[in-house]
Design a protein around this ligand. Structure first.
Ligand SMILES: Nc1ncnc2c1ncn2[C@@H]1O[C@H](COP(=O)(O)OP(=O)(O)OP(=O)(O)O)[C@@H](O)[C@H]1O
Length: 226
C-alpha cells in the first residue's frame, strides 16, 4: 500500500535531511503506530505518505504508484484513498457538524446519502450533535467529527496525527477503538503518536499493530508486534 525505498526528505533551508534512507512497507490492512520525539518528523512522514511532500531521493509508492510521477489529478485520486485526521482538525464554523462531515462528498460532486451520513454520525457517537456548530464541540467531539469526515469517502487507508493529543484517557480510548474497528473492517491504519500508553492500550484491544520509531532520522520497526 505504502512502500518506501531508500527515501530521504528535508525541508528547504532546514539544514539537511530530516528523515533519511527509509526503506519500509505498510501493507494493505496493517495497523502501525509511528512514534518518536517531538520534532523528529512524524507529521512530515505522514505528509510524505499522502504526497503532500515529495521525497528528495529514493522512491515512495502509494497504492502501487510512484508519487513523484503523479499528475495533479493523480495526487487528487490518491488523496481520496487516504483519509487524514490532522493534529488540529479545522472545520467551517458556520456550517453544522453533519454538513462539515459531508463536505468531502459535496466537494467531489457526489450525492450525500443521508442514511449513510446518519449511520456514520451514530458510529462516532455524534448523532446528537448533527445540527451543532463546530465551535460548540468539545475536543473529543471535534476529533470524532474529524474522524467521520476522514472516512466519509470510504478511503482504503486512514492516517491520524496525534489524534488523542488533547483528549482525556476515556475519550482517547473511544477514538482508538474506532480506529481499531476501521482496521477490522479492512482499512490500513497509521497513527502518529508520542503517547506510549495509547500504544500499550491497543494491546488490550487485540489489534495486530506494529510500532515504527523515528530515531536518528531513520524509521525503524520497534520490538515485537503488539
Ligand atoms: N513546513 C516546514 N518548513 C520547514 N521546517 C518544517 C516544516 N514543517 C516542519 N518543519 C520542521 O521539521 C521538523 C519535524 O517536524 P514534524 O512536525 O514533522 O515533527 P513531529 O515529530 O510531528 O513533531 P511533534 O511531535 O512536535 O508534532 C521540526 O523541526 C519542524 O520545525
Amino acid at each position: 500500500m505504502i512502500e518506501m525505498q531508500d527515501v530521504s526528505f528535508g525541508y528547504r533551508g532546514g539544514g539537511g535531511a530530516l528523515l533519511s534512507n527509509m526503506t519500509l512497507t505498510l501493507p494493505a490492512g496493517s495497523f502501525h503506530f509511528l512514534t518518536g520525539p517531538s520534532g523528529s518528523g512524524k507529521t512530515s512522514f505522514l505528509r510524505l505518505c499522502y504526497a503532500d511532500l515529495l521525497p528528495d531521493t529514493g522512491q515512495l509508492s502509494a497504492f502501487g504508484q510512484d508519487v513523484a510521477k503523479l499528475s495533479r489529478d493523480g495526487i487528487a485520486m490518491l488523496r481520496r484513498k487516504i483519509g487524514v485526521l490532522h493534529q488540529d482538525a479545522q472545520f467551517l464554523d458556520h456550517l453544522p457538524v453533519a454538513e462539515n462531515i459531508a463536505l468531502p462528498l459535496s466537494v467531489a460532486g457526489q450525492q450525500v446519502d443521508m442514511q449513510a451520513l446518519k449511520d456514520l454520525l451514530g458510529w462516532v457517537a455524534m448523532g446528537g450533535h448533527a445540527r451543532a456548530l463546530p465551535p460548540s464541540l468539545s475536543g473529543g467531539e471535534r476529533q470524532r467529527a474529524a474522524l467521520a469526515r476522514a472516512v466519509i469517502m470510504s478511503p482504503d487507508m486512514v492516517m491520524a496525527d496525534e489524534p488523542t493529543g488533547n483528549l482525556d484517557w476515556e475519550m482517547s480510548m473511544r477514538l482508538l477503538q474506532l480506529l481499531v474497528e476501521l482496521n477490522r473492517s479492512g482499512k490500513t491504519i497509521l497513527v502518529a503518536t508520542h503517547d506510549m500508553d495509547l500504544i500499550r492500550a491497543a494491546r488490550q484491544m487485540e489489534v495486530q499493530a506494529r510500532v515504527l520509531r523515528i530515531q536518528g532520522k531513520r524509521v525503524q520497526l520497534a520490538g515485537a508486534d503488539l
